[in-house]
Design a protein around this ligand. Sequence first.
Ligand code: IPE
Ligand code: IPE
Ligand code: MG
Length: 252
Amino acid sequence: MSNAAAPVTQGPDRSDGPVHVAIIMDGNGRWAAARGLPRAEGHRRGVEALRRVVRAAHDLGIRYLTIFSFSSENWSRPASEIGDLFGLLRRFIRNDLATLHGDGVRVRVIGERAGLESDICALLNEAEELTRDNTKLNLIVAFNYGSRQEIARAAQRLAREVAEGRRDPSSIDADTLGHYLDAPDIPDPDLIIRTSGEQRLSNFLMWQSAYSELVFLPIHWPDFDKAALEGAIAEYARRERRFGGLAAKTAS
Ligand code: IPE
Ligand code: IPE
Ligand code: MG
């Protein structure tokens, strides 16, 4: 979680495809329930969908892929389910890190690390360290992540600078705050996809999604595949992004 003062990419992206795709991987439990299977099996199949989508994003030349894997609010689930989800994350990193690295994927992690078990922190650090120079696809794992918490952490750090006399409050604008978020050098998501039919953000990238295009799919996450990703990207291509300005055809 560096705090480099790189500019946050904003404004119209005139290229065809999204540079940054973020996904709320939802519906594992319902997928399993519909088949009479335990929720854990839905989560296990969800990891397979994740492997597929990373490969697909890589093939499609997407530069940044953010995945919501555990929210700050998911702590309210039964301990056994939290254990299953953490176990799957451990296994995913242990089994897949070498392949991801070989494929040129850079792994980044956003979210609160304080309070996580030390072996999980070590695995997350190892993934980030090993892959830090890779340039093909940036895979950003939102783990123990909540957007309100991320913004509050940023505000806390700014407040500390003010209290220590290192910053004038009047110097704080939206860009400043953006630079104190967990991954300030990553451009805002162009496209946010949520599976399972729910149409909400559930505390995901609320700051960064100010001008993201949102695509809600009726399928559950374990059924997500390359075709679904391509379909969402096709829908994105049909949208007209205006960023508060005028439509391209009216502007000239
Ligand atoms: C997404 O599936 C996985 C996580 C939130 C970790 P869910 O577990 O939320 O599945 P549903 O929404 O209950 O079907
Ligand atoms: C959002 O899904 C969190 C993740 C996908 C990790 P939830 O299933 O937790 O969201 P709600 O509770 O339906 O809003
Ligand atoms: Mg859910």
